[in-house]
Design a protein around this ligand. Structure first.
Ligand SMILES: C[S@@+](CC[C@H](N)C(=O)[O-])C[C@H]1O[C@@H](n2cnc3c(N)ncnc32)[C@H](O)[C@@H]1O
Length: 251
């Protein structure tokens, strides 16, 4: 079973104006009180979450492991008339960015859990190399502690409409004995009450506790560590209840 990121056109079916505006508000909430003029996203994917920062006057750069996702990101940036520097890179080694430094270095879209817990710490070190002194490191993540506690198996979405086609997405979550997880994504496409297409993808994750990342940030000397909801314009409930959170910390 393949990864969704080899089929960026399906990933991007979720793109719409409402989500774009919601992500813009997210970044406004994250940037509040900070002077952010340049940003690097090391898991930029197709840019769904990050491209709205361009409207906030930020010079955006990005890298990702998926050529397909990067291709879509470049196309979306060009459509906006924006100049976004994009590179292919695993975020566990960010040498492709040389000694460039940014006001904010981010890993967006719950991407850190794609690598082992040890590699989450290594990735934060790699990201740190590209944060200016006085700049910020950001990541967002599903609340893996809540997921492991709740043991929810099915995760459903509201249907989307693409022209005459209704697109349904259901996720089935597997909890493996070694602590890793597989999210099975089942897309069905319906037209005139017929299922005309079915696509199944598998995403493999390594849940990590929030403390692993926060402790690493502290050990690297980060301060003013802010814990917010994702998207950040919404009020943060207690950590036990939040599904997805954002962390931004000052170097
Ligand atoms: C859920 S998508 C998020 C994409 C984008 N940030 C967004 O929010 O729409 C996860 C992304 O992480 C990328 N990814 C997974 N493992 C990676 C790694 N080791 N290094 C860099 N990118 C990685 C995938 O290719 C994919 O684009």
């Amino acid at each position: 079973m393949g990864s969704l990121y080899n089929r960026a056109e399906i990933y991007d079916l979720f793109d719409n104006e409402k989500r774009y505006e919601a992500y813009k508000k997210h970044w406004e909430a994250i940037f509040a009180g900070k002077d952010i003029k340049s940003m690097l996203d090391v898991s930029i994917g197709s840019g769904s979450v990050t491209l709205p920062v361009i409207d906030l006057g930020v010079k955006l750069s990005g890298s990702d492991l998926s050529e397909e996702m990067l291709k879509n990101c470049g196309a979306k940036a060009s459509k906006k008339g924006a100049d976004v520097t994009l590179k292919w890179s695993d975020f566990r080694g960010l040498d492709c960015w040389g000694d460039e430094k940014f006001d904010l270095v981010a890993s967006t879209g719950n991407s850190l859990a794609y690598v082992s817990n040890d590699d989450v710490a290594k990735t934060l070190e790699e990201m740190d190399k590209h944060v200016k002194v006085g700049g910020y490191l950001y990541f967002d993540s599903r609340n893996w502690e809540k997921i492991l506690k709740d043991h929810q198996r099915f995760y459903t979405y509201d249907p989307m409409f693409v022209g005459e086609t209704r697109v349904n997405l259901v996720q089935l979550w597997d909890y493996n004995d070694d602590g890793s997880m597989v999210f099975n994504l089942l897309y069905t496409f319906e037209r005139d009450n017929h299922a005309v297409q079915k696509e199944i993808f598998e995403e493999h994750y390594n849940p990590f506790p929030k403390a692993l990342a926060i402790d690493k940030l502290k050990a690297m000397g980060y301060e003013d560590i802010e814990l917010k909801c994702f998207p950040a314009q919404f009020e943060m409930p207690s950590f036990e209840k939040v599904e997805w959170y954002s962390v931004v910390a000052k170097k």
